[in-house]
Design a protein around this ligand. Structure first.
Ligand code: TXA
Ligand code: MG
Length: 378
């Protein structure tokens, strides 16, 4: 099968989207841009299509898919017993990067929920996703459009790299605005609980709606209990998670996700100087390796300066993926998955990158980074 790449024009390519939407309703698989990451979209009401999505991605059978809707008028089709919190959250955050888990309707094929009695529902904000959902009029399942275990795609090219020849269409509407997947919030428990951190944080939810939700991240909590020393825990402000033993409620959390092939070294420290010291000591012990660096230009310049001052350090080969200026967590989030893919393609054997404090965007960012780094740090 030839995958058709469609570039969305300024006006949104309505005519072409119409044809893609009707193919999607009939069972075609479509690479769909969203504000978080690109998704692999299919008609949620067709069991064969849902099964094909799992097959194409190589996705474990027990990891449920998120259902994407245009607006809340479609909700009754896919959910039952909609909790009151939903309406409050919908008003403040939808359309947007928030997935809400509630009791599922029996109309949905059981494959969507991988056997669970709940369903995750999201209303994406990105214009092409919205146009496609509006034209298709059916609920649409869309996991991230990567091969299972690979970093999520934040550009159409990433989807093409993973799935060319396996799906019917990819809609190219440029790089995703955020670069990290939606917050998954379980509304079947009280208080609601964050199953996967995203840019909509517990703090933001409290601030905008007055709702208290529990924040649990498996990566943060298990890693904190496994590997973070008390000193680091203080710097990273994660000591509160230190003693939490986490049981995954969201099946996706038990897999090593977002992983480049190369192991990752996260440079920790109270400030940039300490982080660079940490990078230098790692570089010193890995001079024989092809190293990769992901971070801000300013950080890399400072690193290079300090390397040049070090006596006896042999010439080291560092492949870089840099963004302009100084460390910015929004920019790092936007670039993270693209950096993983590019550094992998360059054949690096170890990726070096600085940590960010766990607040605002930093919560989701460190969750993804630490998951990706898991095998290196364990
Ligand atoms: O931003 C996003 O959410 C992107 C875009 C394409 O919308 N989608 C995405 O889907 O990241 P996926 O399949 O890669 O990740 C979905 C996550 C998994 O961790 C899965 O376990 C969890 O959501 N999930 C889905 N349905 C669930 C449910 N009923 N209960 C608990 N967790 C659920
Ligand atoms: Mg995914």
């Amino acid at each position: 099968m030839a995958t058709k790449l469609i570039t969305i024009d300024q006006d949104g390519s309505e005519q072409e989207l119409r044809a893609v939407a009707s193919a999607l309703v009939q069972g075609a698989l479509v690479g769909m841009p969203t504000e978080t990451v690109y998704g692999l979209a299919g008609n949620a009401l067709l069991p064969d299509t849902v099964r094909r999505i799992f097959a194409v991605k190589g996705r474990p059978q027990d990891n449920p898919l998120i259902v994407h809707l245009y607006d809340q008028s479609q909700l009754a089709q896919v959910a039952e017993q909609v909790p009151a919190e939903f309406y409050l959250l919908y008003e403040k955050f939808c359309p947007g990067p928030l997935t809400m888990v509630m009791t599922r309707s029996q109309v949905l094929p059981s494959e969507v929920s991988a056997g669970l009695d709940t369903v995750g529902i999201r209303f994406p904000a990105q214009r092409t996703a919205r146009n496609l959902l509006r034209l298709a009029e059916v609920p649409v399942v869309a996991p991230s459009g990567n091969l299972s275990g690979r970093p999520s795609p934040t550009q159409a090219q990433h989807m093409l790299d993973d799935l060319d020849g396996k799906i019917e269409y990819i809609l190219d509407d440029g790089p995703c605005a955020l670069g990290v997947e939606s917050t998954v919030l379980d509304l079947t428990v009280s208080p609601p609980q964050i199953l996967r951190p995203g840019v909509i944080t517990a703090e933001l939810i409290l601030e905008r709606t007055g709702l208290t939700v529990h924040e649990t991240s498996s990566a943060v909590s298990t890693k904190a209990s496994l590997t973070v020393s008390p000193a680091e825990a203080k710097t990273e402000e994660c000591s509160q998670h230190g003693s939490v033993i986490f049981t995954p409620r969201s099946p996706g959390q038990k897999y090593r996700h977002y992983a480049p092939q190369a192991p990752i070294f996260i440079a920790r420290g109270r400030d940039s100087h300490e982080q660079i010291t940490s990078l230098l000591s790692r570089i010193e012990s890995e001079t024989d390796k092809r190293l990769g660096f992901f971070g801000a230009e300013d950080t890399f310049d400072a690193l290079r300066r300090r390397m040049s001052e070090m006596k006896g350090l042999p010439a080291v080969n560092i492949v870089t993926y840099l963004y302009p200026g100084s460390e910015q967590v929004e920019t790092a989030t936007h670039e993270l998955f693209a950096a993983f893919r590019e550094l992998d393609a360059a054949g690096v054997e170890l990726i070096l990158t600085p940590a960010f404090p766990r607040r605002e965007f930093g919560i989701a960012y460190m969750d993804r980074l630490e998951r990706a780094a898991e095998s290196e740090e364990k």
